[in-house]
Design a protein around this ligand. Structure first.
Ligand SMILES: Nc1ncnc2c1ncn2[C@@H]1O[C@H](COP(=O)(O)OP(=O)(O)OP(=O)(O)O)[C@@H](O)[C@H]1O
Length: 606
């Protein structure tokens, strides 16, 4: 992710707000770049975004940073310069000299500079030669029309509040209130190659801090920790639940939610989210794919922005029944080749997603066959399906000015040698971060005001609750697993290399499985590969899939069909069946799809 920065100095205030029914102008002022006084910019804050209009003698050039790419803003003051650094206000921005700013309560501020600086943070989508990516852009507006800092700050705050209201979709007249709900972050330190903590710390936390979105972060201590957590806690306290890891940790969160008696209400009020740190990351890739958000491995910018924006979409959820269990799934059910690769390549976990490619080669050479009966309810009218609903969930709001409190000091100039402390809430006790991240880095610790990290050693044991686990959720429309199926179901009896069913476009970062799939269309795409296929046909199939080309895969051995429900009854005792990449009991399994229950946070790109 590249960074760019534009600093603009106020020239004079334009005053009144303007109104335009198409693109409403809320604020407008004229600025110039200090080093080039002839470069005059009109800066407008409109319903579309931040427009920078460069005026020259005979023309004007406009560039707009879209509102949906702006993440937040912050008011700052300039920092006291060291002896010899020059304290003249007018020279402080000249050339490439670094602008040093601090919050207004800092003991280190430059009293000679009465300017108020407004930092506006944006992540702009840019098309580079080969791909689309987000570029971090900071616009600095320097307000200094008045001869007192307080008056300049008032101007800067006015811009900041207006930006905040626009981002939150609130009327501009409303001063944002101080009702704050945090995000709940459940992070699996063991997911993928084990880099989730570091990735969260370096890629996600800085964005949440810029967006002023506080969070409670809990590191999972054992398998099923996330499931128990959401089952037993008052999750209404959070504005969303973020699974940081692979598809497995989200699977836990989903199933924990369905183990609550109030599952319906909780899914309606609390959206889920995923940040990809696993080896598969199928769901994260699917979400980015549908919203044209660049997905570059381990670059979580787009999905981090989605956490801050609070836009959610419905997503298909599938109720799965085995002889011993009922569970819910967001991604896939697999029997045969792909599940074998998923489970057996676990031993290569440390190499990340590459493990699937290596194991696919090995498994294809030693191809297995599975005997059994496959039945499914075919969807005939694929064009007539429901559309997913999108919603904006409540955003966090922080009190005006509170952002510039001492607690935020640590974000900017954190001394590498000092121990890091962080706040819980303004005015309340500071507690030392018993930090898991410190093993990786002693550098700047990012946190939005009010965020909390829960250590590995604290608050763990109380989770192992004696409450009995019981699965709720929508009632099944299927006959019980051992009963006969409706006669209109298709039945195939024989030997299979695999049956893999996915309700999402991607089952892995590089595995576009179902190009026609939509996030909440009520369709499961079932890939059936029958025994008798040659190794070279399998290789060519896997190659096509890795290139996102499975339009013409159907032949006498391979077929892809849209279904609304299915049942697999394998013969024999050995083999793997997976649900969202997690191993389940080998034996009969059936599933059906529900498109209107679960909401997931998605990028705001449409
Ligand atoms: N602290 C923990 N220690 C051990 N296992 C854990 C812990 N937290 C979660 N798990 C389990 O780790 C498993 C794998 O998790 P996850 O899906 O996040 O990573 P992954 O398998 O590497 O990613 P992917 O599913 O994308 O391949 C899940 O079954 C989860 O229950």
């Amino acid at each position: 992710m590249a960074d760019s920065e534009l600093r603009l100095d106020v020239l004079h205030a334009m005053g009144d707000e303007k109104s335009d029914p198409k693109e409403r102008v809320y604020l407008e002022e004229t600025f110039y770049i200090l080093s080039k006084k002839k470069s005059v910019f009109r800066v407008r804050l409109t319903s579309k975004g931040l427009s920078l209009i460069k005026e020259t003698d005979d023309s004007s050039k406009e560039q707009t940073i879209l509102l949906r790419d702006i993440i937040g803003s912050k008011c700052m003051r300039s920092k006291r310069r060291r002896v010899g650094g020059g304290s003249c206000v007018c020279t402080s921005l000249v050339g490439n000299q670094q602008l040093k700013v601090v919050d207004e309560n800092s003991g280190d501020l430059d009293e000679n500079d009465i300017s108020a600086y407004l930092y506006i943070y944006a992540y702009v989508l840019k098309q580079s030669r080969r791909s689309l990516k987000r570029e971090r852009t900071t616009i600095t507006l320097r307000f200094r029309s008045y001869d007192k800092y307080e008056d300049n700050n008032k101007e800067a705050q006015k811009w900041r509040n207006t930006i905040k209201c626009l981002l939150m979709n609130e009327p501009i007249s409303n001063i944002p209130s101080n009702i704050e709900k945090k995000l709940l972050v459940l992070l699996n330190p063991k997911s993928g190659p084990g880099k989730a903590r570091e990735l969260f710390q370096t890629k996600v936390a800085p964005i949440l801090q810029e967006a002023d979105v506080p969070y409670d972060l809990h590191v999972t201590k054992y398998a099923n920790y996330a499931k128990e957590f959401v089952r037993t806690r008052n999750v209404y306290n959070w504005r969303g639940i973020v699974a940081v890891g692979g598809d497995g940790v989200l699977f836990e969160v989903l199933n924990g939610m369905f183990q609550r008696l109030d599952w319906q209400q909780v899914f309606a009020e609390v959206p889920l989210a995923v940040l990809p740190c696993g080896s598969g990351n199928g769901l994260a890739k699917t979400i980015c794919h549908h919203f044209n958000e660049p997905f570059i491995h381990q670059n979580m910018t787009g999905l981090s922005l989605a956490l801050a924006r609070g836009k959610s979409s419905q997503i298909d959820v599938v109720r799965v029944e085995t002889k011993t269990d009922i569970m819910f799934s967001l991604l896939s059910v697999g029997w045969g080749l792909i599940s074998d690769i998923d489970i057996e390549s676990e031993r290569l976990r440390s190499i990340g997603g590459q493990r699937f490619t290596l194991w696919a080669l090995a498994r294809t050479v030693a191809l297995r066959k599975y005997k059994g009966v496959l039945s499914y309810a075919l969807i005939k009218d694929i064009g007539n399906l429901p559309k997913p609903k999108t919603t904006i969930f409540g955003r966090s709001i922080s009190q005006d000015g509170a952002l510039d409190s001492p607690e935020t000091e640590a974000f900017f100039d954190c001394d590498e040698q000092t121990e890091t402390f962080m706040s819980t809430e303004i005015g309340k006790k500071h507690h030392r971060v018993d930090s898991w991240y410190s093993v990786h880095s002693r550098k700047t610790f990012y946190s939005a005001r009010g965020s909390d990290y829960h250590s590995m050693t604290s608050a763990g044991s109380e989770l192992r609750s004696p409450v009995q686990e019981r699965m709720y959720g929508p009632a099944s429309h299927l006959p019980s697993l051992m009963s006969e199926l409706p006669t209109h179901w298709v039945q195939e009896d024989g030997e299979f290399v695999m049956v893999h069913v996915s309700y999402q476009s991607h089952i892995g970062e590089d595995f576009l499985f179902a190009p026609h799939s939509r996030l909440a269309d009520g369709v499961m795409w079932m890939l059936i590969i029958k025994a008798g296929i040659t190794r070279s046909q399998i290789f060519s199939f896997l190659l096509k899939v890795s290139q996102g080309n499975i339009a013409d895969i159907n032949n006498e051995y391979i077929k892809m069909v849209p279904v609304s429900a299915f049942r697999i009854v394998p013969e024999g005792q050995t083999g793997y069946i997976t649900v969202d990449g997690e191993l389940v009991d080998y034996g009969p399994i059936q599933a059906e799809i529900f498109p209107n229950i679960v909401n997931i946070l998605v990028p705001d790109t449409k």
